[in-house]
Design a binder for this molecule. Sequence first.
Ligand SMILES: [Zn+2]
Ligand SMILES: [Zn+2]
Length: 72
Amino acid sequence: MIGPSKRQASSCENLNHRRANAPVAHCPQCGGVVNQSLRGASRCDDTTHLQVRRTFAAYCIHCGTQLIAPLR
Ligand SMILES: [Zn+2]
Ligand SMILES: [Zn+2]
């Protein structure tokens, strides 16, 4: 599978990974898929991503696109 995240999901501590039914398709911290059934449920545009960015998510919770470059 080709995804936006090739980082190890195990290093992510976001609670969504532990939920059986996460309310979002992708983890906002690592971009990993947390709820397969929600993927593609909504289409993203710039406005959507602006709103997601305001929640301080590094990755879009809808499509997994990286919104904020990691601070290194
Ligand atoms: Zn994560
Ligand atoms: Zn998106």
